[in-house]
Design a protein around this ligand. Structure first.
Ligand SMILES: [Zn+2]
Length: 317
């Protein structure tokens, strides 16, 4: 006989029963809504792949992978996707999952111009011809720079041979700052440099959701290759801007599959950046910086990202 069970009063039992009877809606918004638009829900898809930098000091082999996220925000009938996956196979799997949701995909919003977040656009648009690909004008211009033959063939196709779509498309520039989803606003927030310039995130005020793109990393080493002393501080300011939205859920562009989407990840990313800045100032070599960060963050996935970040930081003049 369990004393805990015996201590449950009738009200506790009713709470348990009503919780058990709630419909299963992953990520759905909780609580009442004051406006008449249908309540939105969201679902986060994740997929793992090898990291970009595979030349890593020995010792962390089991962590040499990274995972991308893609967020489906949906109403009663329609949905908007935030970011795509990288490879053909991953993008087909994502398309299957969207089709299975039964929602009509009306738009795909791309948060920033890194190939691992938009190389799936052409595949998704072939499956969902009514879906518009959208990004801010600045991100669209940067996407064009990512799809030059040099970038595509010399970098991405070499790292992922025969895995990247033959057809790569870029997004159309979004007019204004909002995408409407069944009367709910999805608001583009420009946050400047994060792991690349002109980054954005997508804020859904009605459900307190921020799809953060690569401003936030969840359990994975951030990509600091494009950062320098000045814009690492911009990245911290971007995180402050996300905090100011007071989100109840923050989806990181890269997250360990299964991790929650707590806003805590904003603070953890900020702490990581502060630690990197501090240790960069107190170490001489890339190896010292790498080892120092690994001591603080032994369990984060994709140490190759940290290794290349350390090399880039020490090469900075
Ligand atoms: Zn990324």
């Amino acid at each position: 006989m369990s004393s805990i069970g015996a201590a449950l009063n009738r009200r506790d039992i009713m709470k348990l029963v009503s919780a058990a009877m709630l419909p299963v809606m992953p990520g759905a918004a909780k609580g009442g809504s004051e406006h008449e638009a249908p309540r939105l829900g969201y679902r986060v898809f994740t997929v793992a792949r090898p990291g970009l930098n595979r030349d890593v000091p020995p010792g962390k082999e089991s962590l040499q992978w990274v995972a991308n996220s893609s967020t489906l925000i949906y109403g009663e009938r329609e949905a908007v996707l935030v970011d795509t996956f990288l490879t053909v196979e991953q993008s087909n799997g994502l398309a299957d999952a969207i089709a299975a949701s039964g929602k009509t995909l009306k738009a795909i919003y791309v948060t920033h111009a890194h190939g691992d977040h938009f190389f799936g656009l052409a595949i998704l648009q072939r499956r969902f011809p009514g879906a518009r690909a959208l990004a801010t004008p600045a991100v669209v211009e940067r996407m064009k720079l990512q799809v030059t033959p040099e970038k595509l063939n010399d970098r991405w196709r070499k790292l992922f041979p025969n895995q990247i779509s033959d057809v790569i498309s870029v997004a159309d520039p979004l007019e204004g700052n909002e995408i409407d989803l069944e009367g709910n606003k999805l608001v583009v927030v420009k946050i400047g440099h994060t792991d690349t310039d002109d980054s954005t995130c997508l804020h859904v005020p009605s459900i307190g959701l921020v799809a953060a793109g690569d401003a936030v990393y969840n359990g994975i080493h951030p990509f600091l290759n494009e950062s320098n002393r000045k814009n690492r501080l911009e990245w911290i300011a971007a995180l402050d801007k996300i905090d100011a939205l007071k989100p109840s859920a923050v989806v990181a562009g890269h997250k360990i599959p299964g991790n929650d989407d707590s806003p805590r990840n904003v603070e953890e990313t900020r702490q990581y950046l502060r630690d990197f800045i501090r240790l960069n100032d107190t170490t001489k070599t890339a190896r010292e910086l790498y080892d120092g960060m690994l001591e603080l963050y032994p369990a984060r996935a994709n140490p190759g990202s940290l290794w290349s970040a350390a090399a880039a930081a020490k090469a900075e003049t």
